[in-house]
Design a protein around this ligand. Structure first.
Ligand SMILES: CC(C)(COP(=O)(O)OP(=O)(O)OC[C@H]1O[C@@H](n2cnc3c(N)ncnc32)[C@H](O)[C@@H]1OP(=O)(O)O)[C@@H](O)C(=O)NCCC(=O)NCCS
Length: 175
């Protein structure tokens, strides 16, 4: 049988964008791929309950195939109120179909609704594809960062990350 004769099915799938529920949190690990971020996912959910963060998921048949996290920042040093977007990813087999773009647009709608005038994102310098996506959506580089941070993984080990990145921002026009 040649490749051309292989049976092919076209399966319609609907994707719903919504706020994460408690039952989504273990699923954000994507069957082990992101198990090391377990504590970060749990903390983000706790902070979502307090109104300080929000996790948006792209739900396909009850499974979060994509997500983006929003952190609402109320600085006490006089700098401006802003929302920070991070932990943005779409499962590999679902990429390139507009889910990521819709997740960012939906995050922007939530941020506008909550009255935050600026959004920031950091993107690794070795990730030009994601940077291009952000620039297409109106984000502009305003600085850079060494991208050093630490977290405790699911086994309780402290892990250090060093990922030099660009810092991008976008102004949200509040109505
Ligand atoms: C970045 C990401 C969330 C975009 O999601 P998506 O559903 O593929 O996005 P869309 O379909 O709306 O847009 C596709 C765009 O994303 C870009 N992109 C970035 N990383 C990509 C990747 N690993 N695979 C496919 N496309 C990617 C594509 O180049 C495309 O832009 P282009 O048309 O200018 O080439 C997704 O590709 C991903 O999870 N990448 C790996 C994790 C990552 O890099 N996250 C960003 C961290 S700052």
């Amino acid at each position: 049988m040649t490749a051309l004769e292989q049976p092919t099915l076209v399966v319609p799938l609907s994707i719903t964008l919504r706020q994460a529920l408690r039952t989504d949190i273990p699923k954000l690990e994507w069957y082990g791929q992101y198990i090391h971020y377990r504590n970060l996912f749990r903390r983000a959910y706790r902070e979502q309950q307090m109104g300080r963060r929000l996790i948006l998921v792209a739900d396909c048949n009850g499974f979060p195939v994509g997500h983006i996290f929003i952190q609402f920042i109320e600085p006490d040093d006089g700098s401006r109120r802003r929302a920070y977007l991070y932990s943005f990813r779409v499962m590999e087999m679902f990429r390139g179909q507009g889910i990521g773009t819709r997740l960012i647009e939906e995050a922007e709608a939530v941020i506008r609704q909550r009255g935050y005038p600026w959004i920031t994102i950091s993107v690794a310098k070795d990730n030009p594809d994601a940077k291009r996506l952000y620039e297409r959506l109106g984000y502009r580089v305003f600085g850079e960062d060494e991208g050093r941070w630490r977290y405790v993984d699911h086994r309780g080990n402290l892990r250090s990350v060093h990922e030099p990145c660009w810092l991008l921002q976008k102004q949200i026009h509040l109505r």
